[in-house]
Design a protein around this ligand. Sequence first.
Ligand code: HEM
Length: 203
Amino acid sequence: MTFFGYKPSTLILWVVLCLPALAILPALFGDDAKAFHRLLHPTGEWAARFMIIGMMASGLMLLFKGRSWPRWLVHHRRDIELAAFAYAALHTLVYVIDRGTLQRILDPLWKTEIWTGWLAMLIFVPLAVTSNDAAQRWLRAGWKQMQRLAWPAAVLVLIHWAALKNWGSWPPAAVHFAPLAALSAYRLWYWYLRPRPARPTAA
Ligand code: HEM
C-alpha cells in the first residue's frame, strides 16, 4: 500500500522529522527578535541530531546484524540526512537574518565556532544536491567518495558546537557525538582489526 507513491513508514518518518519544525514556526514568523535569535539553538541542535542519526545507520546495521530495524534506518538514511540539511539551512538563514548586515556576518568569520559552521555548511550543500538516484548514476564511483565528505563535515560540526561559549559547549556536543564516535570505532575495529580465522594453506 502506498500514498502518492510513498510507503506509510516513509510518511510517518517525515511527520516525525517535521515535528521539531512545528515548535520553531511561531518564533520564525513572529515579530519577537529575541525569540527569533533563540531559534539558533533548536535549528542547530536538530540539524546535528538528524545528521548523527543518519551517519549511525551503517554502523548500527553492522552491530545488529540480521535485525530489520537497522536495515530500515539504512533504507531511510537519505530522508533523515535531507531533514538534517533542511534544519542546517534554516539555522544558517536564522543566523544571517539575525546578524542583519554583511559586515556583521563577516566580522566574526575568524572565530573557530563560526568558520567551522560555514565550512560544514559548504560541504553539506553539494552532498544534499547530489543525494538522489539521478546524481548517483551520473557520478558513479565518485558519488560514494563524495558522500564520504560527510565525515570531515561532521567533525567540523562537532568543533563548531564544542567551541561555542568559549568552549563551554563541549559537554552537550560530546554527549551527542559519543554514540557516533563509538560506532565508528567499532566499524574500524570490525573492518581492520577484528581477528579473522586463518586461511588454510595450500598443501
Ligand atoms: C552556516 C554556518 C553556521 C553558522 C554561521 C552557525 C552559527 C551558530 C551560532 C551563532 C550558534 C550559537 C547559538 C547561540 O547559542 O546563540 C550556533 C549553534 C549551533 N549550531 Fe551552528 N552555525 C552554522 C552551521 C551549523 C551547521 C551546519 C550545524 C549542524 C549540522 C550547526 C549546528 C549547531 C549546533 C548543534 C549549535 C548549538 C545549539 C545550542 O545548543 O545552542 N551549525 N551556530
